[in-house]
Write a protein that binds this ligand. Structure first.
Ligand SMILES: [Mg+2]
Ligand SMILES: [Zn+2]
Length: 202
C-alpha cells in the first residue's frame, strides 16, 4: 500500500495516515434477526461482564478464562430470543506483546464453547488490539461499535443495546444512541438480560 502507519496521527501532518482498524471475527456482514426480535444487536463486553476479570492482567490462555455465574445462561437466553450478539472487547495485551492473535482466537474458542453449553452463541467478535491513543476503536472511543453497525447495515442504534461493566463500555454506546445496561458484582449479566427480555419462565 505504501502508506506509512503514523501512530496517533499528528495534527497538521500532511500525508497518508492509516488509522489501525479493529479486528472483526465473524461473517463479513451480519444477517438481520427474525421479525419480532426485541433488539437489532446486543453488544456484550467480555472481561467483567461474561468472564472473571484478571486484575491488572489479561486472559492470555484459554484455561485462564472463567465465566461469571449465570453468564452462559444469560447469553443462551439472548440466543433463544433470536438476538444477534456481538462481543466488543479491548485487548491491549496484544499491543503490549503479552499475547498474539492466535492466543486471542484460542481464548475466544473456549469462551464460545462454554457459552454453547447453555445454548449461547456469539454472532461476531470485534476487538481493539491497540494501545492507548493508537486508534479510534479502543473503548471509550466508539470504533468497535461503529464497526459492528457497519457489519449490520440494517441495525438501528436505537434498537441496539450494550451490556458492560465499565463507563467506558456504556458511554460510547450511549453517544451512538444505544440503550446501555451496566453489569456489576451485585448486578450480574443475567439480571441485565432479565431487564432486556423480561423474567425467564425457565
Ligand atoms: Mg469489562
Ligand atoms: Zn483500537
Amino acid at each position: 500500500m505504501g502508506a506509512r502507519l503514523v501512530r496517533g496521527g499528528r495534527p497538521g501532518h500532511a500525508g497518508p495516515v492509516l488509522t489501525p482498524s479493529p479486528w472483526w471475527f465473524g461473517p463479513p456482514a451480519l444477517h438481520p434477526p427474525a421479525e419480532g426480535t426485541p433488539f437489532d444487536l446486543v453488544l456484550l463486553d467480555r472481561d467483567g461482564t461474561l468472564n472473571v476479570r484478571v486484575p491488572d492482567d489479561y486472559v492470555t490462555r484459554p484455561e485462564d478464562l472463567e465465566l461469571l455465574p449465570g453468564a452462559a445462561q444469560a447469553v443462551g437466553r439472548l440466543t433463544r430470543a433470536g438476538c444477534r450478539t456481538v462481543l466488543v472487547t479491548n485487548q491491549r495485551g496484544i499491543a503490549r506483546g503479552l499475547m498474539d492473535r492466535d492466543a486471542l482466537v484460542a481464548v475466544h474458542a473456549r469462551l464460545e464453547s462454554l457459552l454453547r453449553v447453555e445454548g449461547g452463541r456469539l454472532d461476531a467478535v470485534v476487538v481493539c488490539p491497540h494501545g492507548h491513543g493508537e486508534c479510534g476503536c479502543r473503548k471509550p472511543l466508539d470504533g468497535l461499535f461503529r464497526e459492528a453497525l457497519r457489519r449490520a447495515s440494517w441495525a438501528d442504534p436505537a434498537r441496539c443495546v450494550m451490556v458492560g461493566d465499565m463507563p467506558s463500555d456504556l458511554e460510547p454506546a450511549g453517544r451512538l444512541g444505544m440503550r446501555t445496561e451496566r453489569v456489576a458484582v451485585d448486578r450480574p449479566v443475567g439480571d441485565a438480560v432479565t431487564r432486556l427480555l423480561g423474567p425467564s419462565g425457565h
